[in-house]
Design a protein around this ligand. Structure first.
Ligand code: GLU
Length: 484
């Protein structure tokens, strides 16, 4: 029997879900879905100072918005479900304590009484001697009597894991191949804090084992933790999972993606009007590609083709221009009804919902080819629903000599004209130009300006049809009135 593939995303709830975390979530989800496995969400909240419930909320909302479902893990900020519950690490402390006792009693870990000052001292000395900072192991060999004496003085202790002092630890990484780490250069990792709580590296190993995780895919900032984690697996008598460390994400200037480059939180992308499908597709390509460099994927296509082995070692560059292009593509492909639904939160925010005016489906359809972001929709259609606000360029188009007569002439020509429809309107208005000996631009530009307040916009005659006779005439009259 082959083992079922189980992947996980294990965020620390110390902030929002950023682009890198979203990509990690997606890759784990895709890999599990591709292989009919399970995708687990685990909240690593052992940093009591920095972990917040708001971050948990933001992370859960972000993953839900991305459309990635998890098979086991949180149901809300406090409860969870799944065979390995709890999935909140702070609810698992007694489990970790048991393994702590085991390592201590087997002599694979030891109490360390060094104070912060002593550790700072060690770090400074290492800096001075130009060595990598590393705990010098002074508490490794304390006798029971020495420990008792220190404890009698009220000294606080943490627990360190005894890393092997020679040899190498090889991380066999799907993406990076075999990465070798000299054990002599590794720290004796703190696995239990002086404040009587477990640390990330310890919990992570125990949970990945107990939760039967087969593949650990995470950002490459964790590669340096991996040799110690592997040694912890050995010390506990367990087999390590398979590792895949994803390359860094850079901004367009080549430095690590950060706030400086714009939005980094997933929910900001939602608020800017990106579609979840765009994000799934775009993030999938941020460090992974198919041999034929396919760009647009349906979800089932992505699931069928995604492979950790196809991920690149070199950093990926986040490119907003490409992201917007892709979003525009998916907006164009989207059925109109769905697009209207997706636009609603943005229309609501702009105060455009529930106003009299043409059917949203018609006005949105007029500009569908142009939108790159859902958030652009209100601005491009608001003149259908709100009073005309004259923009400077439109004002200029109305300032030409004879424009008032043109507008009043159009009122006459259109007031009983039927059918008030695209092609017929075009024919009628072109005829109007001929009758008056005017070039089309001399009529079209002021007409558009008068009814929309803008110099640019949707295709003119269809727009007039959608706006409807009553509004068109009223706006032509109002503009003529102002030119008096
Ligand atoms: N809790 C860690 C983080 O948010 C995840 C580490 C891991 O995936 O092993 O960075």
């Amino acid at each position: 029997m082959t083992t079922k593939i189980r992947t996980r995303f294990a965020p620390s709830p110390t902030g929002f879900l950023h682009i890198g975390g979203a990509r990690t979530t997606l890759y784990n989800w895709l890999y599990a879905r591709r292989h009919g496995g399970d995708f687990v969400l685990r909240i690593e909240d052992t940093d009591e100072v920095r972990s917040t419930e708001d971050s948990v909320t933001a992370i859960l909302r972000s993953i839900e918005w991305l459309g990635l479902d998890w098979d086991e893990g949180p149901v809300d900020e406090k409860t969870d479900r799944g065979p390995h519950s709890p999935y909140y690490q702070m609810q698992r402390v007694e489990i970790y304590r048991k393994y702590l006792e085991q390592l201590l009693s087997e002599g694979k870990a030891y109490r360390c009484y060094c104070t912060k000052e002593e550790l700072d001292e060690m770090r400074k000395l290492a800096q001075l001697e130009k060595r990598p900072p590393r705990y010098d192991g002074r508490c490794r060999a304390l006798t029971a009597a020495q420990r008792a004496a220190l404890e009698a003085q009220g000294k606080k202790w943490s627990v360190r894991f005894k890393m092997p002092q020679d040899g190498v630890t090889i991380v066999d990484d799907i993406i990076r191949g075999q990465v070798r780490f000299e054990n002599a250069l590794q720290q004796d990792l703190v696995i239990w804090k002086t404040t009587d709580g477990p640390t990330y590296n310890f919990c992570c190993v125990i949970d990945d084992h107990l939760m039967e995780i087969t593949h650990v895919t995470r950002g490459d900032e964790h590669l340096s933790n991996t040799p110690s984690q592997i040694q912890l697996y050995y010390a506990l008598g367990w087999k390590p999972p398979i590792f895949a460390h994803l390359s860094m994400i850079l901004g367009p200037d080549g430095s690590k993606l950060s706030k400086r480059h714009g939005a980094t939180s997933v929910l900001e992308y939602r608020d800017q009007g990106y579609l979840p499908h765009t994000m799934r597709n775009y993030l999938a390509l941020l460090g992974w590609s198919t041999p034929d460099s396919q760009q647009l994927f349906t979800d089932s296509d992505l699931i069928a083709k995604f492979d950790l082995a196809g991920c690149q070692k070199s950093p990926a560059t986040f490119d907003t221009v490409k992201l917007q292009w892709m979003n525009g593509e998916y907006i164009r492909q989207m059925p109109l009804d769905e697009l209207v639904e997706r636009a609603k939160p943005f229309l609501e925010k702009a105060g455009l919902l529930g106003l009299p005016g043409p059917d949203l489906k018609k006005t949105i359809a007029l500009e569908k080819e142009k939108f790159k972001l859902l958030s652009e929709i209100p601005g491009l259609i608001e003149f259908f629903y709100k009073p005309v606000v004259m923009q400077p360029k439109a004002e200029k188009n109305l300032a030409a000599p004879g424009v008032r007569e043109v507008l009043l002439g159009l009122v006459e020509a259109l007031k009983d004209f039927a059918p008030f429809e695209d092609k017929n309107l075009e024919a009628r208005i072109r005829k109007f130009c001929e009758e008056r000996g005017l070039k089309p631009g001399q009529v079209f530009h002021p007409l558009r300006a008068a009814v929309t307040g803008r110099a640019e916009g949707p295709t003119l005659f269809l727009m007039l049809e959608v706006m409807g006779r009553e509004t068109v005439l009223a706006r032509l009259n109002a503009a003529a009135e102002r030119l008096k």
